[in-house]
Write a protein that binds this ligand. Structure first.
Ligand SMILES: [Fe+2]
Ligand SMILES: [Fe+2]
Length: 352
């Protein structure tokens, strides 16, 4: 969210309320009438009007806006209540950067406004969305192959890694996570979130490129064993019964076996997939290894995995905020590496 305010001019606050709500996603939105004192809004990031511009009071209001020294540099988006050429020309004369018809959905208005505030945003959003969709399609195929044949095509995963790292460095982690979370396909959503967090983490602590690629690659496939867990269990609402939890926990070994049977896996990937639920105190699974037997790559991945699970909405729990998730991670002393948790917190905060 941007700092500053989006000023929404409306002569009918009740009608404009849904738009005001949606604009809160851009910056704090202030709903004002025609008598607005523009001199107090130098902190505005944009102005949106939801009025009939043919009304003399509306024209006076916008002429008052144009007299402000800051107004020239701020986008003015007009929701037009008449769509004739004359009405559009009038909006332009009054300084409109863009016009949208009154029936435009609020979320479309938000996207248009974001593009006006930062024209590069549109291109970045499209790049990140395309990359996420491609990686999602690859993961869908991967999970389906893992479920039916017990082998996967790791070359297809490798082809996703560099475009993903590029999309993340250009577009940022926050945009990546928002894009992934907008698509409600749980099969790959979690893997893409973990991979994005792993990339951010690796970049923040200065991993060399090859190591960063290996970590992201492992993150993308870390839960591939879930392809062989009964769907009813994966989709179950509420907590698992003890015997169901035992079955669910087999996904780590199942994933390891799937990757071992596939060509192109590397030891770090096999280690990460098998051990991403191990804890430093030996209380994890499947092998109950502890301390130095757990490699750094696995420790990184485990932290990303837990944070992702906590901040994801599941059928049996709401999503926790990043702050709440960090408090839980910090409370897991003895189970995960505290130095890495601290570094992870900084990496994620940097991306917010
Ligand atoms: Fe897992
Ligand atoms: Fe996971």
């Amino acid at each position: 969210m941007l700092t500053g305010v989006v000023v929404l001019v409306s002569d009918q606050p009740a009608r404009s309320a849904p738009l005001a709500d949606a604009l809160q996603g851009v910056a704090m939105c202030e709903l004002v009438g025609f008598e607005v004192d523009w001199s107090t809004y130098a902190n505005a990031v944009a102005v949106v009007t939801d009025v009939d511009l043919a009304r003399p009071a509306a024209m006076q209001c916008l002429l008052g806006l144009r007299r402000q020294p800051w107004a020239e540099a701020r986008p003015l988006l007009c929701i037009t209540h008449r769509t004739s050429d004359k009405a559009l020309r009038q909006a332009q004369v009054l300084g409109a950067s863009a016009c949208l018809p009154y029936y435009t959905e609020p979320h479309v208005v938000v996207t248009a406004l974001l593009n006006l505030i930062n024209p590069n945003e549109g291109a970045l959003n499209a790049t990140v969305r395309q990359c996420a969709e491609r990686a999602g399609a690859v993961l869908t195929t991967l999970f389906s192959a893992a479920g039916t044949s017990g082998r996967v095509d790791l070359q297809a995963i490798d082809n996703c890694v560099d475009p993903m790292l590029l999309a993340l460095s250009d577009g940022g982690l926050a945009r990546w996570l928002n894009t992934i979370r907008a698509h409600d396909n749980a099969t790959y959503q979690h893997s893409l979130v973990v991979a994005g967090l792993a990339a951010q983490f690796a970049t923040h602590i200065g991993f060399p490129e090859a190591q960063r690629q290996r970590l992201v690659r492992a993150a993308l496939v870390h839960d591939v064993g879930k392809a062989r867990i009964p769907r009813a269990l994966l989709l179950k609402r509420g907590s698992l019964e003890p015997e169901e939890a035992v079955i669910m926990r087999t996904h780590a070994v199942l994933g390891y076996e799937i990757l071992k049977a596939s060509s192109g896996s590397d030891p770090a990937m096999l280690d990460a997939v098998r051990h991403h639920h191990e804890m430093i105190d030996g209380s994890g699974y499947p092998d109950g290894i502890s301390g130095d037997a757990i490699s750094d790559v696995v420790r990184f991945l485990t932290i990303c995995d837990i944070y992702a699970a906590l901040t994801e909405r599941r059928s049996y729990k709401p999503a926790l905020s990043p702050t709440e998730a960090m408090v839980i991670l910090q409370g897991m002393q003895g189970k995960i590496e505290p130095r890495f948790v601290q570094a992870f917190g900084k990496a994620v905060a940097q991306a917010a």
